[in-house]
Design a protein. Structure first.
Length: 181
């Protein structure tokens, strides 16, 4: 049997069973070496602006640890916390781990899987056929992360709504003051 290097990109918690099944499937054919990389991408925009990466890195470390726990003990497994951008995290991992394939566990956005193919390695997405976040949830997540073209529109609309609400409240207060005088 030959040794096969598998790079697992663990995007979200809850994909452990899928990771275990994927590794066991590969072990039936080859010896397997696994590197699990968990991108630290759960930062809020405020945390990112303040440079506070600790909560995102801690959560990503938990995701990596949970994913590594399901891999059989006799499989060489390494884990790391990567950059918040999955593409950069994979690029960094590939710098010292010569992967033969990339396995994506979790719910990547539509562009991530396509962008990962630029490395010239086979990419398998494990959540196909499983329940994934709804379209509304995915759009909201992308807007909150600032990765959507709709983000400026949502911000401008939100600010406009706050200003309109404040103007309405001030108008009501002014009306009450004039009425009582």
């Amino acid at each position: 049997m030959s040794a096969r290097n598998v790079l697992v990109v663990a995007l979200h918690p809850g994909s452990e069973k899928q990771i275990k099944d994927a590794i066991e499937q590969r072990r039936a054919v080859d010896d397997v070496n696994v590197r699990i990389v968990a991108p630290a991408s759960t930062q809020t925009p405020l945390q990112w602006l303040m440079g506070d990466e600790d909560p995102a890195r801690a959560e990503a470390e938990v995701v990596a640890d949970q994913a590594a726990e399901v891999v059989e003990p006799d499989v060489t497994t390494e884990r790391e916390v990567g950059d918040r951008d999955p593409l950069v995290a994979v690029e960094d991992a590939l710098a010292d781990f010569p992967a033969d394939e990339i396995v994506v566990a979790g719910h990547p956005d539509g562009k991530t899987e396509t962008r990962l193919r630029r490395f010239g390695l086979p990419v398998e997405r494990l959540d196909r056929g499983h329940e994934s976040p709804g379209d509304t949830e995915e759009v909201a997540r992308e807007i909150a992360r600032g990765r959507s073209a709709k983000t400026p529109l949502v911000v401008i609309t939100g600010v406009g709504a706050v200003i309109l609400g404040a103007a309405a409240l001030l108008s009501l207060l002014l009306f009450l003051v004039l009425w009582l005088v």
